[in-house]
Design a protein around this ligand. Sequence first.
Ligand SMILES: Nc1ncnc2c1ncn2[C@@H]1O[C@H](COP(=O)(O)OP(=O)(O)O)[C@@H](O)[C@H]1O
Ligand SMILES: [Mg+2]
Length: 384
Amino acid sequence: MNGPPPDAVGRLAQYVLIPRIAAPGLSVVALRTNHDPAVALILVLLIMMALNYLALRYWTLLKRARRPLVLVLDQGVALIALGLAGLGTPMVLYVVAGGVLAGLIHRARPVLAVSLAGALTYGVLLVFQAGYVPGGSDFHTTITLPALVLAAGPAGVALRRLLNEQERTASQLWKLRRTAAVREERLRVARELHDSLTKDLHGVWLLSQTLRSSLERGDLRSAREAAGVIGETAEGLAGQSRVVIQGLRENGSSSLVQALQERAGVAIAGHPLSVEVHDERKSPRAGPDAAGRSTMLAVTSEALHNVVKHAQAHLVTLTLAASGGEVVLQITDDGRGFDVSAGHPGHFGLLGMTERANRSGGGLQVTSSPGMGTTVRLVLPGHG
Ligand SMILES: Nc1ncnc2c1ncn2[C@@H]1O[C@H](COP(=O)(O)OP(=O)(O)O)[C@@H](O)[C@H]1O
Ligand SMILES: [Mg+2]
């Protein structure tokens, strides 16, 4: 998920500084080719260029200097420079960009006052035809440019408000998305706990009732049996909770093959068993969605748990393939196999795997016969 939105006003203000660096330089060129400017004026323009470059470079420092005095000084210097250079130079662009910048940084009232003062100063400069003013009475110089000088500040204020508004909306949206993701995650945890632990815990409770009544009857044989099943179920539950915890820890950042290897490694740890993972996908990006991925990893844990517990195998092979919008994982062991058609009442591992696969829009198939090893084949919808 993307983070909260970045500082759009700040970024725009930095862009506005670029014409403020260019305008004094271009004015020097314009003046030197058409007019004979004073050396002092050229120096002032070059210093203005450098100051604006520094403002761009150390923007974060400048952002803190949001005082009306800074605003008045900045626009004051700009207007004096405009007067000396002339309305026919790109310094007009400097004043306009300054107005937009002021609107982005400062509060509305001082900005409007400074814009008005700017337009009035422009009028005075026009009357006196100060500096270089080739088109002294054309429409562009008498109407368009002063209108721009007047409008720049309010335009900056409007832009700032618009961007801030948009930023607020984006940040609210981001918060909502994050809340939804947390909620989704909670539901997933609840589902995981319900699916893998609650059923078996209830079974343990029922068995403990049986154990108690057997003991009360003095039937030690069935009491021993019940105690044995309680022990086995509890062991299974410990394994299941490990799977759930691993699922919660898994953050989806590792590749699918890495995650499968990791799961397999944990499941067979301490057992004389080797695991091989074969990746037959054409693209490493092919795989199930996030929910499918967690199903695939949970099925891997459960299937390997069965291999360790029942198969007496030496080698387990995990083969991952993808084609035609489906992702297939096959988990094959070379163990003793079992009769798939025989029911296993009171055993929920295979059933749980099938239910998980179905819930993710896929399916699970177990192929085995005594002496022939076992293959668990999981098919999930996928991409790539
Ligand atoms: N890989 C395997 N190799 C041999 N037998 C298996 C294998 N997987 C499952 N079985 C058999 O299927 C039965 C049911 O498995 P399962 O539903 O996972 O329950 P549980 O593991 O609690 O016994 C197991 O008791 C076992 O007899
Ligand atoms: Mg099992």
